[in-house]
Write a protein that binds this ligand. Structure first.
Ligand code: SAH
Length: 407
């Protein structure tokens, strides 16, 4: 049996809190975020991870409880609503088991990579746990979790049956200096033979660098869309824009694509894509193109290239409120550029992972710009989140993907 890296016991206290009426209303609707400026009553100062109990400002009864985060404008992250409960080891075990149970149908497919905990949406705000075969990668986005790790990690190991646990810390956590002797990329349980872990996604093999890769090493959220693209790709030429490690590209190759071009600005990501292609038997040709997507698409248009399928899955363009307009412009440009690269009767797949641009708006932008590029379209499908990325509050919904057959 492996032992877990020592994490000190961190004492927490209880804070009684009352909120402004508008915030109280949100709490009653089970929204998990309480902003610092909505707190009207708090007698003692809170430390990270203290249990904040929200009482009704008039009737004084329990409304919700959460964890106090002095480092974030989202001052309290709520974890339990309506009925008060002891937040103890059993509470965490039951949340983790619930999360696992909702993912069972996915694990019955030929897949051993999944998101076991999706933050707020699984009642653990800012706590991500992704499984890659036997390696569990925990990514923390908030200080609130350190006092509870000695309960949570053993429960995650037991439920997921993982043999190794890697801890990843968000950039903002890392910027706050020493955190109980823990560092980004620490192997906190078991051993990690190599940084690169191989796993299966609907029968297709991938590898992820769980220590240095983006987020936890790979983007699990598009699994369903990648499978769909694989099913559409037999005998087709495919362009995968913002390909990262080739998620869509490799499914296309496995699905029988004759030619796949993976385009990304990161040479390193494209090296991973090449490596991932090699992991899977395929006949089609795989090419990589290191370029800025906007320039790269334009140069393909200038060279009069055409593809049967074009996938455009950019990073989140609207990380902040004031980036929304610019994000919409980028989506417009990409839809217009992509439309010009699809053969008549071919398919354009447009995705967005910006929660600030809601799905209806994104699909409208996509469709207006296909038309502006002089094409007509038929909507084949619109997809949202896969089952290991449940949504239980509006900001939790970020992924949308439209499949358009162009004429
Ligand atoms: N489609 C991928 C995930 C995309 S993540 C998948 O299925 O896994 C976003 C990718 O966009 C990253 O690999 C990043 O390197 C790339 N990227 C960011 N800005 C870019 C730009 N201007 N041009 C091309 N690629 C870019």
């Amino acid at each position: 049996m492996s032992t877990m890296k020592f994490i000190p016991d961190i004492e927490t206290k209880r804070l009684a809190i009352k909120l402004k009426p508008a915030a109280e209303k949100m709490v009653k609707r089970e929204h998990p975020w309480v902003f610092s400026d909505s707190i009207i009553k708090q007698i003692i100062d809170g430390k990270a991870g203290d249990l904040a109990i929200i009482y009704d400002s008039k009737k004084n009864n329990f409304l919700a409880c959460g964890l106090y985060d002095p480092y974030s404008p989202i001052r309290i992250k709520l974890i339990q609503f309506k009925k008060s409960a002891q937040i103890n080891e059993e509470w965490f075990i039951s949340k983790i088991e619930n999360a696992f149970n909702t993912r069972i149908p996915l694990l019955e497919t030929d897949t051993n990579s999944y998101r076991l905990l999706f933050g707020e949406n699984d009642n653990l705000p800012g706590f991500i746990a992704d499984v890659y075969d036997k390696v569990l990668v925990i990514k923390l986005y908030s200080h609130i979790w350190f006092p509870y790790l000695n309960w949570i990690i053993p429960a995650l190991i037991k439920t997921s049956e993982c043999e190794t646990v890697v801890l990843r810390l968000s950039r903002s956590l890392q910027s706050k200096g020493d955190i109980y002797g823990l560092n980004d990329g620490d192997v906190i349980y078991g051993t990690l033979e190599t940084e690169v872990v191989v796993f299966r996604e609907h029968g297709v093999l991938f590898s992820a660098n769980v220590i240095k890769g983006h987020k936890t090493g790979y983007f699990l959220d598009h699994r369903h869309n990648r499978k769909r693209v694989g099913e559409l790709s037999n005998g087709k030429s495919v362009l995968d824009v913002f390909s990262y490690a080739g998620g869509f590209s490799i499914h296309a190759l496995r699905g029988g694509a004759t030619e796949v071009v993976s385009l990304d600005i990161s040479k390193q990501a494209l090296e991973m894509a090449k490596g991932n292609a090699i992991l899977n038997e395929h006949q089609g040709k795989h090419e990589i193109m290191v370029a800025d997507a906007f320039d790269g698409l334009q140069s393909l248009i200038d060279r009069q290239k055409k593809f049967d399928i074009v996938i455009i899955d950019p990073p989140s363009f609207a990380k902040r409120e004031n980036e929304i307009e610019k994000a919409k412009k980028s989506y417009s440009r990409l839809a217009k550029l992509g439309s010009q690269l699809v053969v008549p009767g071919g398919i354009l797949v447009l995705a967005s992972c910006s929660s600030r641009v809601i799905s209806e708006e994104f699909f409208n932008i996509s469709e207006e710009n296909i038309v502006a590029a002089g094409k007509t379209f038929e909507v084949l499908e619109k997809t949202y989140h896969d089952i290991d990325h449940p949504i239980n509050f509006p900001e939790g919904a970020y992924l949308k993907c439209g499949y358009y057959k162009l004429k």
